[in-house]
Design a protein around this ligand. Structure first.
Ligand code: HEC
Length: 154
């Protein structure tokens, strides 16, 4: 009869593991790529707008210190896009190279985004709410509770 409790313990263990796995599915590791425009906008704001300006018109806060930056309006076309991907990756004059931080696909996405913005074809979207504000907060607290329970069991 000694195997019975062990069997129960095993069953409980498996159930606990099942819950742990189920809990894991609520974690926030991204598995789905955001739309290209979101990627483009995020990269632009983060890496390019300081010099080129929010809409690529050459009026970023650092533009004057660089001796002026040309507008990108009309500069990015089907004919120039591939070459400009190379320019952004390799750098040019006072512009730094981005090949270490932005891959070729995303370089294309950011250029396509700023092309449509500078041409007035699309408008920048309002940035999404910061993770700290509201929506994700219960998640974090839930996680802490799970961790606390796990610690209690030890
Ligand atoms: C430190 C300032 C700075 C940053 C940051 C910067 N650029 Fe530039 N960029 C320049 C300057 C300066 C030039 C060249 C001169 C000009 O356009 O007036 C330039 C040129 C360009 C050109 C035109 C190249 C050509 O040959 O016509 C593109 C396209 C461009 N940048 C895109 C980007 C993108 C995309 C990013 C962000 C990933 C970025 N830049 C970040 C300063 C910057």
């Amino acid at each position: 009869m000694r195997w019975l409790p062990a069997g129960f313990a095993l069953a409980l263990g498996v159930t606990a593991a099942g819950y742990a796995l189920a809990a894991d599915t609520t974690s926030t590791v991204p598995t789905k790529r955001p739309p290209d425009q979101e990627v483009g906008q995020a990269l632009w704001v983060q890496s390019c707008a300081a010099c080129h300006g929010t809409k690529g018109l050459g009026d970023g806060p650092l533009a004057a210190a660089l001796g002026g930056v040309k507008t990108l309006k009309g500069a990015i076309t089907a004919d120039t896009l591939d070459g400009l991907v190379g320019v952004v990756r390799n750098g040019k004059d006072k512009m730094p190279a981005f090949s270490e931080t932005i891959d070729a696909g995303d370089t294309r996405r950011v250029l396509e985004w700023i092309r449509d913005i500078s041409d007035g074809k699309i408008q920048p979207k309002a940035p999404k709410a910061a993770p700290a504000s509201g929506i994700k907060k219960p998640d974090v607290e839930g996680k802490k509770d799970v961790e606390a329970e796990a610690a209690d069991e030890e």
